[in-house]
Design a protein around this ligand. Structure first.
Ligand code: NAD
Ligand code: TYD
Length: 358
């Protein structure tokens, strides 16, 4: 039995990962440590919260004593580290929290793992330990019209978010080289799917389009992201955990580059088809509103996922069109979920972020 500490398991990717892992590996014991920031929602996991192999701990990865206690109490041998401040726009208006959680929090987890695994465990049990750090393609910076990020691409982060993730990646790598901690790093492209908080492009546009509200497109709408369905990402992480070579980095991507405006148009069309036109008889594309660009907006991301495909045999299974239909359908079927996460504090956030963009 593995004793897995998952951090940030109440967020978007983390909650999908907890569910996917319990389903596929019912013998894993999972402890989910999550601070429940605005982005964390225990309601994302109500269907599995009574599973006897699952324990939720509300707490902060910046709290070193708590992290150390969990390692000792639960005999943790595997870490899958998702917890982070994850939204670029918030990192522009308030970078301090990004430094705390993404850098200091990661440092605490590495220290706890070093203490528990390298001092206490011997032989076989030491070899079975793994620390998988979930990171982003944004650490590599911004691409021109061609090319794709490889694992060897030099880091060039350009937002406080990506700089804090780059910093945490470097710490993880240092703990492998310096102390021999059994680490793995994954750098993944943009995810989409169920349970994504509606501050990110896709759920924000779905939510606004359902309510007949303006659909804010930054700049000229031609920035490109490489989109991956979240369950494909979860499967990639499990693959790296089981088969990845210690100390290595694996890029994960969907091979599905889209301009932002293509995505917004697609969401409008799917919703028009599924729920009918707007009350005035207009198509939802009429809600598209070009707004002031994000500061330092990275133009294009693209992932070269050759390494994970050829070394570990992972490939994405869900193509973009199917994934987007499934995602829109999920949001249509979970309107109470949307309502519960777009309460007062979300409205405040929205006004602060978008009112001065027009
Ligand atoms: P998210 O914002 O939806 O969730 C983050 C979770 O971490 C929340 O549940 C939050 O409560 C928790 N958290 C935040 N600070 C914490 C702290 N100090 N202590 C404990 N828990 C804390 O994020 P996400 O989109 O699910 O991303 C998860 C990870 O994947 C992040 O590390 C992110 O950098 C990485 N990633 C995300 C994407 C993407 O497209 N969303 C792509 C590549 C990599
Ligand atoms: P986002 O979902 O925030 O992910 P990231 O910045 O990590 O890639 O944004 C995806 C793209 O969509 C990015 O180019 C910014 C753009 N965008 C908009 O045009 N409007 C919006 O309201 C948001 C949130 C993002």
């Amino acid at each position: 039995m593995k004793h897995v500490l998952i951090t940030g398991g109440c967020g978007f990717i983390g909650s999908n990962f907890v569910r996917h892992t319990l389903k596929n590996f019912p013998d894993y014991k999972i402890v989910n440590l999550d601070k429940l920031t605005y982005a964390g929602n225990p309601g994302n996991l109500t269907d599995i919260e009574k599973n006897s192999n699952y324990r939720f701990v509300k707490g902060d990865i910046v709290d070193a004593a708590l992290v150390g206690r969990i390692f000792a109490e639960e005999n943790i041998d595997t870490v899958v580290h998702f917890a982070a401040e994850s939204h670029v726009d918030r990192s522009i208006t308030g970078p301090a929290e990004f430094v705390q959680t993404n850098i200091v929090g990661t440092f605490n987890l590495l220290e706890a793992a070093r203490e528990a695994w390298l001092n206490d465990k011997a032989g076989e049990s030491k070899n079975a330990c793994r620390f998988l750090h979930v990171s982003t393609d944004e650490v590599y910076g911004s691409l021109g019209e061609t090319g794709a990020f490889q694992e060897t691409t030099p880091y060039d982060p350009r937002s406080p978010y990506s700089a804090s993730k780059a910093s945490s990646d470097h710490l993880v790598s240092a703990y492998f080289h310096t102390y021999g901690l059994p680490t793995l790093i994954t750098n993944c492209s943009n995810n989409y799917g169920p349970y994504q908080f509606p501050e990110k492009l896709i759920p924000l546009v779905i939510n606004n389009a359902l309510q007949g509200k303006a659909l804010p497109v930054y700049g000229d709408g031609k920035n490109v992201r490489d989109w991956l369905y979240v369950i494909d990402h979860c499967q990639a992480i499990l693959t790296v955990l089981q088969k990845g070579r210690i100390g290595e980095t694996y890029n994960i991507g969907g091979n599905s580059e889209k301009q932002n405006i293509e995505i917004v148009n697609l969401i409008c069309d799917i919703l028009d088809e599924k729920v009918g036109l707007l009350p005035g008889g207009e198509k939802r594309r009429s809600l598209i509103t070009y707004v002031k660009d994000r500061a330092g907006h990275d133009r294009r991301y693209a992932i070269d996922a050759t390494k994970i495909r050829t070394e570990l045999g992972w490939l994405p299974k869900v193509n973009f069109k199917d994934g987007m239909r499934k995602t829109v359908e999920w949001y249509l079927d979970h309107k109470p979920w949307i309502a519960s996460v777009t309460d007062g504090s979300y409205r405040e956030y929205y006004e602060k972020m978008y009112n001065n963009r027009r």
